[in-house]
Design a protein around this ligand. Structure first.
Ligand code: ZN
Length: 154
């Protein structure tokens, strides 16, 4: 058994466990981003969220909420990041699904900076048309006139 989380679940490797049920465990992260940083791990090995059964995932997210509520009460913060890294580019290191539950405190020096871009109505429409699942697609927007052109018309 190569997977480190499977070995932890199997008690072959020691962990700081705070919760266990039939389907999931929650353990303190060995290199925490903050005190209370917890990993919620489904017992059934799945590389990624795509390999997870929906019902199992639902049970796991319920444990995530339970841990978040426990952190809120005992560590006295309702500022909590809940993170699932899925795939290498998204920062996934261990190929066994796990949610990070990270309590946040004033001046904790954690910095999740996400760069933001400006997108045109047309660019939004392109991506929306690909991702839309069960709602109506709006009409394609007219391409905006260049600033200089608009200046000439006025
Ligand atoms: Zn595993």
């Amino acid at each position: 058994m190569e997977c480190i989380l499977c070995r932890i679940i199997d008690n072959q490797i020691a962990s700081r466990k705070i919760y266990e049920d039939e389907d999931n465990i929650a353990i303190l992260d060995i290199n925490p981003a903050s005190p209370g940083h917890t990993l919620v791990v489904p017992k059934k090995h799945a590389d990624s969220i795509f390999a997870m059964d929906s019902l199992d995932l639902r049970r796991t997210i319920e444990v995530v909420k339970l841990i978040a509520e426990k952190i809120k009460k005992e560590l006295r913060t309702d500022n909590i990041n809940i993170i699932l890294n899925n795939g290498r580019l998204a920062g996934q290191i261990i190929d066994h699904v796990h949610f990070h539950v990270v309590p946040r405190f004033p001046n904790d020096r954690i910095n999740f900076t996400i760069p933001r871009y400006q997108m045109s109505d047309e660019q939004f429409w392109e991506v929306q048309s690909k991702l839309i699942i069960n709602t109506e697609m709006p009409p394609k927007p007219e391409p905006k006139k260049e600033e200089s052109e608009r200046g000439k018309l006025e």
